[in-house]
Design a protein around this ligand. Sequence first.
Ligand SMILES: [Zn+2]
Ligand SMILES: [Zn+2]
Length: 681
Amino acid sequence: MIVKVAVDLPQIEPLAYMLDAVFSEKDIVGTWVLVPIRNKLMLGLITEVIKSFTANFKLKKIHSIVTHLPKSDKHWLALVHFSSKYYHKSLGQTAFTSVPRCLKEVKTYVTERKTSKIEKLLNQLDKTKFNNHNFADLSLNSDQKNAVEKILNSTKPTLLHGVTGSGKTRVYAKLIQQTFIKNPNSQILLLVPEIGLTPQALQNMSKMLNGLEINLFHSEQTPNLRAMIWLSSLKGNPSLIIGTRISVFLPLPNLKLIIVDEEHDPSYKQQEGIRYSARNLAIWRGKKKGCKVILGSATPSIESWWFYKQGKFEKVRLPRQATGRPLAKIKTLKLDSQGERCGISKKSEKKIRDTLSRKLQTLIYINKKGWAPILGCRDCGWAADCSNCSSHMVLHKINSHWTLICHHCGIRKSAFKSCPDCFNPDINPIGQGTEKIEENLSVMFPHAKILRMDREKIRGKRLLETSLKKITRGEVDIIVGTQMVTKGHDFPNLSFVLAVDVDSQLKNTDFRAPERLFASLTQVSGRAGRHCGSNENKAEFIVETRTPDSEFFGFLKKMDEEGFYKKQLNDRKQHCLPPFTNMGAIKLSHKDEAILYSGLNSLGEIIQKSLKENFKLKQSQIIVNGPLPLYPEKVSNRYRGQLVLESENRSLLHSLISTIENWKPLKSKFNGYIDIDPIEI
Ligand SMILES: [Zn+2]
Ligand SMILES: [Zn+2]
């Protein structure tokens, strides 16, 4: 028989092979095999049986069937086919996305020493006792009870819109319990946006789901552990898997429930290789498999909100904090040139002092790391720019050395002491970042214990965990943090939150900037007052801004999400932006700017030609924008540009993109890629 086999290689669609053994068609698809390719053996996946094959060369034979790997199920294969088509990536690469490296290596299956290792893993799995859960009765408040009931009674994906601290996790746990009680063989997937959130999720779930097999799946695990969990998933062993976006590709034949926590988080979109959205694939998977999907967030994405408005999603609201305490009140503080000192206004300084005297914590949110985003000369307008990228270098103070770092390509150099253009010795940092705020605070409050949390300082899951523990134990008085601190963590002693330098985020040209800032500020405000919100101990959130009277802050102060979403959706509709249109971007880069743009222009011509020839009647339904620059325009000495295709008709857009998928220079000359539903354009 002749079968098609997908392998983990770019741009190679499944290849035909001869298979000697006799199998029924139904039984063989999804089987793992070793196949010869380019003079070596590779692990492959049988994706199809072909009835007739005509070629003027002799087909190669399949080397062997991998008996150590259980066959993959139909539903997972469908997911792989769909994702490969939707994101325009080879079937093989898509299929192997979640497969741990050691399971991809051929020697795992052919050398004796290695096969004994995989056999040991499989044995271990067989011995693990599943299903001995002994669930404690979870008490729920009336909001949570109502939510569980509504979710169980709905057939649609459900948006669980709960304010921070409303106990969404408890609702998840209850639903997981119910699912396991109903079907003890269930596999359940709980997606979290970042590795840093997995330990906390594990801890919470272990408490509420006594005896249940709970596994983590993410890229910082040891290869053995990853292999074990992947194998266990493939075998259909019942468990709850808590994982990052990649887990959406796990083979889970008994999948019964998918939860996407913090569904609005942009981290769910993979930004390299296959550029998938784990949230969207989770929704697709749930629908195909007929299992429930829950999307939890305090600040749902505009897309999810739109689906709810369209009647495609159910929505359940948790309007109150589980502790019964009121949410922190959001206030704005108008900034003017006076009153600002060391990056923090006088009024805010006083608030911090008050909070310190009450022995409670302050959190200062600033979404810029480093000391200052620009080092410049006010005399001649010079600024320290990266020589490889079209961007400013960020000034850092590392062990009291002034260093310039490019956040795009990573190069570092010592900071200039004077202006290289006009020799002005008085060059200045412009703006502020976490490091500057941290140092200024340490001067203002010499006795306070200050902890800075940004990606420069907190690298890796372990350091994040110890820092969070310090905060929880009250060993920190003031936290200065970026985006990092807005995500999901619970700070029991936090009473005052201050957001500084947010105006620059609103000036961003990306149409998603207001949505992101609204989400960040709502999330960060939710860190305060979970526990300190009582009347005698009021929690407060202050945003410093130059435009406190703008519409944006109006919605924020009233916590009027309905109003904010309505306004955003109106704007997007007017400008024909997602979710009112579908977008696919083709992004290219080249060392030479002229070559890049001539490439983009010829690609544009190919698209126009294809539109005329293949889409005659529907030509007007597709818009081709560009060539457009991709910001920053140059990274690591490569210029970047894109064409953005838009259509209200999704399948039309995809068939057009398919016609250019095989345009040779895309990969070879321009290092290019296709980005479907891009989150940055
Ligand atoms: Zn100068
Ligand atoms: Zn650079």
